[in-house]
Design a protein around this ligand. Structure first.
Ligand code: ADP
Ligand code: MG
Ligand code: MG
Length: 243
């Protein structure tokens, strides 16, 4: 069974840049999948299709059997949680509590249910007790976890993270890996876009390599050690910032 099914997806940005040139891809339910590729490969453009921020211009995308189109937009936003690369695009309220509650409140869930979800989401990202903090007083890595909690509070079946390791130091990275494994062990599918080959090799059950808007290869992490499909020097590693 597949969490994501993509057929012949092509997409050009408004300025004419052809970001996706015919993507065919299936991602198994409950898997930990890394989408690996150099800068500009089309990773972010692809991820933005998974929760309907972009709609297919050509081809189709299904998530948990649901067609990504305008009609299904609301259901798709609840099925697929997307964590942007920069937490400051997602964390903007006065307090951590408000940020994590923002999604469930938008879906008009009752107050006690919102409370329960905020608590549980903050526990999942190991930020309990910080509800009343102002996000801008937290570290970058903590803000990233607030963004993840905000997405988790909608209880998505699929969690998608765009370059979650960018700008994280090694200890925050390994903390984040544990958090993602915890979320995956609840049965959620996790899809991570990254250009970190070592992370993909260590963390993922399935690796998809994309370059220039096309899928080059898909398989177990071993495809990274055997084939050297990707020349590591092409991959720009993000700068590490000490927290
Ligand atoms: P990645 O996430 O793998 O770095 P992107 O999906 O961001 O790749 O980019 C794929 C291609 O689309 C690149 O050529 C990039 O410059 C271009 N691109 C991305 N976003 C936009 C946009 N909003 N407008 C125009 N071009 C874009
Ligand atoms: Mg990029
Ligand atoms: Mg990107």
């Amino acid at each position: 069974d597949y969490a994501v099914e993509i057929e012949d997806l092509a997409f050009s940005h408004k300025d004419g840049t052809r970001a996706l040139k015919g993507i065919n891809l299936r991602i198994k339910k409950g898997s930990k999948t890394a989408i690996l590729g150099p800068n500009g490969a089309g990773k972010s453009t692809l991820l933005l299709h998974l929760n309907g921020i972009y709609l297919p211009q050509h081809g189709r995308v299904r998530v948990m059997g649901l067609e990504v189109n305008r009609e299904n937009e609301k259901k798709i936003r609840q099925t697929v949680g997307l964590v942007f690369q920069d937490p400051d695009d997602q964390v903007f309220c006065t307090t951590v509590w408000e940020d994590v509650a923002f999604g469930p409140m938008n879906f008009n869930l009752p107050e006690d249910e919102v409370q329960r979800r905020v608590k549980q989401a903050l526990r999942a990202v190991r930020l309990e007790g910080l509800e009343q903090k102002m996000p801008f007083h937290l570290s970058y890595g903590q803000r990233k976890r607030v963004a993840i909690a905000g997405v988790l509070a909608l209880r998505p079946e699929i969690l998608v993270l765009d370059e979650p390791h960018a700008f994280l130091d090694p200890s925050s990275k390994s903390e984040l890996m544990k958090i993602m494994d915890g979320i995956n062990s609840e049965g959620r599918t996790i899809i991570v876009a990254t250009h970190d080959v070592d992370f993909a090799y260590e963390w993922a059950d399935d690796v998809v390599i994309i370059k220039d808007g096309r899928v080059l290869a898909q398989g177990g992490p071993d495809i990274l050690s055997e084939d050297k499909v990707i020349n590591e020097s092409e991959l720009e590693y993000p700068v590490l910032v000490k927290l």
